[in-house]
Write a protein that binds this ligand. Structure first.
Ligand SMILES: C[S@@+](CC[C@H](N)C(=O)[O-])C[C@H]1O[C@@H](n2cnc3c(N)ncnc32)[C@H](O)[C@@H]1O
Length: 309
């Protein structure tokens, strides 16, 4: 088994993962925008979709949404805490009978025959955590899809600005007084992170060239029994499009959820999100802007792709 799979398995099986992930949209504005974007893409393309495979489905943000729309969904994930959280929500939402929960790794989809599902989807970067197997994993996801594929992976152009901004997540905190542990950490360490910051052109050039966030340091931490963040492979737009084309996907559309919102200061984002009317208009406009292929690389965290088989 590759290190990235082992590291990902340990990271995502931390007991509080399901709970933390399920609170994201209540805590961060970038997560509200990203979820809204993916949800709209899904609901716009549901015609003829009865069966769905969600690879790295997490706490069920999208698998449960589609089960509620009447689809039969296979919710597949490497993490038991995420599956437990999703099952609990599915039960509350009354859709357990339309969902199958499977604990497994995207690196092995051999249990599924060709064209097993009408729609295959994998959102918010599970594919990026399968490095160095990311291309093979995309090929396997395409293989088991019958009609449509929708993915979002870590974006290289979108991640590069993080190397010049150690407080990037502060911009997206909804309530700076929230008792969420990561919010508290971001707020308490803001000055320290800025004081200690020094731009490394070398680090930026390296990420630009090889697309990798993490590597030897994470492997060493894992070997010492620690729980490092996943080694993450970030994609360039033409690279992702090229891989999908190579596996025969047609009518590929790329987008960059969060490209518009990331240009705004925190105070403005909070103001908009706290006013339902402005929020609805803003999310409509974000969707329109972020769906332009010209900004797809500058989405916040993710590069989104949809295509037909
Ligand atoms: C950021 S969460 C996204 C969850 C969900 N797709 C969503 O958008 O809400 C990433 C998910 O990928 C899962 N994951 C990470 N590596 C994986 C792998 N190799 N195989 C399957 N799932 C994986 C994690 O357990 C986690 O639930």
């Amino acid at each position: 088994m590759d290190y990235s799979q082992k590291i990902s398995e340990r990271q995502w099986n931390l007991p509080d993962k399901g709970e933390l992930e399920s609170r994201r949209e209540a805590t961060y504005t970038d997560d509200i925008i990203q979820k809204d974007h993916i949800q709209r893409k899904l609901l716009e393309h549901l015609d003829g979709i009865e069966t769905v495979f969600d690879g790295g489905a997490g706490s069920g943000r999208f698998s449960i949404l589609l089960a509620k729309r009447g689809c039969r969904v296979t919710h597949f994930d490497i993490s038991q805490p995420m599956i437990d959280k999703a099952r609990e929500t599915a039960e509350r939402e009354g859709v357990l009978d339309r969902m199958t929960f499977v604990k497994g790794a995207l690196e092995d989809l051999s249990a599924y025959p060709d064209k097993a599902f009408d729609l295959v989807m994998s959102f918010d970067a599970p594919i990026s955590y399968t490095w160095p197997n990311q291309e093979k994993v995309i090929g396997e996801l395409v293989r088991i899809a019958r009609k449509r594929i929708m993915l979002s992976v870590s974006s290289r152009l979108g991640s590069l600005p993080y190397l010049a901004n150690p407080v990037q997540k502060n911009q997206f905190i909804l309530d700076e007084k929230a008792d969420d542990p990561f919010v508290r950490w971001c707020v308490d360490h803001r000055e320290q992170m800025i004081d200690g910051f020094r731009f490394s052109r070398q680090a930026a050039e390296r990420l630009y060239a090889d697309g990798l966030m993490g590597g030897d340091a994470e492997i060493a931490e894992y070997e010492k029994g620690g729980t490092p963040w996943c080694i993450t492979y970030t994609f360039l737009p033409d690279e992702l499009e090229g891989i999908l084309k190579k596996y025969g996907v047609k009518n590929i559309a790329l987008s960059g959820p969060g490209a518009y919102g990331r240009t705004l200061p925190r105070e403005i984002l909070v103001k908009i999100m706290n006013d339902p009317e402005q929020k609805a208009d803003f999310l409509d406009f974000c969707y329109r802007y972020d769906s332009s292929p010209y900004v797809c690389g500058m989405g916040k965290d993710n590069l989104f792709a949809a295509g037909e088989i």
